[in-house]
Ligand binder design. Structure first.
Ligand code: PBG
Ligand code: ZN
Length: 328
């Protein structure tokens, strides 16, 4: 007890603090999201996400080079298609926007890991993550027919060069279906990063501007999880493990750090956390007003996610964080 015990002894200098630091953030922990859009020479900033752009494929390649030069190991690709339809054609077509972007990035940067987000909401007219019953205005996506589209999407993304398939639609059985489809198509070495515990969250607002993927009616609460549930997240992870997931994700990150922790305790698979658009927008908005120090807040946030158990962090701050980390 005090005065014999004085925890401050180990805090009195930077080298001492470095010696006893339990958690560190490195560039290897980061994954940078990119939004691929049609056209050439296009870079359109997302109003609610300063510093984030919709980029045509040529610009995606430029940005990916920057990402690779910073030492960030991976990007995740989202797509804004030319046309949206009921079958989400843009998601699974071999000439789809994510497929084109994946191929172009892998050609230019074979060592950069390309993760493909595998969902349908960006590609359907109604903005839901799968098929709807004709006339449905509530958004209760039909699970099993949607799996067929997800299988086609995943295989086509892998064929285009995607290194990791990341299904994000919260359909039951999507990991198993995609695993089977990938294996059948000869992609048994392509890992699946499952959005295992994805909550129906208001923090996705700015992303839906970026990806132009807002549901036109209803909401996603019949497939994404209820924010009140924690044990259900463990059940989702358990199922994904059995279905063959290689990594699991929690999304959003900050309001769900208890979930990250509990999942980390229960599984030996790598755990990813998605520091989502609304989390980014809040930091940016306050920083732009000079109310907080963006660098310190962002690095503290990312470090805290690691401390909570995240092995990997998807974040719009990835490039900034890489720069800040190399400077510090
Ligand atoms: C949907 C999807 C969402 C995000 C990525 N893919 C959420 C949604 O619209 O329901 C959110 C990412 C973010 O907010 O940064 N499959
Ligand atoms: Zn979706």
């Amino acid at each position: 007890m005090f005065p014999i015990t004085r925890p401050r002894r180990l805090r009195q200098s930077d080298p001492l603090r470095r010696m006893v630091r339990e958690t560190t953030l490195t560039v290897n922990d980061l994954i940078y999201p990119l939004f691929a859009a049609p056209g050439t020479g296009v870079a359109k900033e997302v109003v609610s996400m300063p510093g984030v752009y919709q980029l045509s494929v040529d610009k995606i390649v430029e940005d990916a080079k920057e990402v690779a030069d910073l030492g960030i190991p991976a990007i995740i690709l989202f797509g804004i298609p030319d046309v949206k339809d009921d079958d989400a054609t843009g998601a699974w077509h071999d000439c789809g926007i994510v497929q084109k972007a994946a191929t172009a990035v892998k050609e230019a940067l074979p060592d950069l890991v390309v993760i493909a987000d595998t969902c349908l909401c960006e590609y359907t007219q109604h903005g839901h993550c799968g098929y709807l019953q004709t006339g449905d205005l509530t958004g209760r996506v039909l699970n099993d027919p949607t799996l067929e589209l997800l299988k086609k999407t995943a295989v086509s993304q892998a064929r285009a060069g995607a290194d990791i398939i990341a299904p994000s639609g919260m359909m039951d059985g999507f990991v198993q279906s995609i695993r089977e489809a990938l294996d059948e198509a000869g992609f048994s070495d392509t890992p699946i990063l499952s959005y295992a515990a994805k909550y129906a969250s208001a923090y996705y607002g700015p992303f839906r501007d970026a990806a132009e993927s807002s549901p036109q009616f209803g909401d996603r609460r019949t497939y994404q999880m209820d924010p009140g549930n924690a044990r259900e997240a463990l059940k989702e992870v358990e199922l994904d493990l059995l279905e063959g997931a290689d990594m699991v994700m929690v999304k959003p990150a900050l309001s769900y750090m208890d979930i990250i922790w509990r999942i980390k305790e229960m599984t030996n698979l790598p755990v990813a956390a998605y520091n989502v658009s609304g989390e980014y927008a809040m930091v940016k908005a306050a920083a732009l007003r000079g109310w907080i120090d963006e660098e310190r807040v962002a690095l503290e946030t990312l470090l805290s996610l690691k401390r909570a158990g995240a092995d990997l962090i998807l974040t719009y701050h990835a490039k900034d964080a890489a720069r800040w980390l190399s400077k510090n």
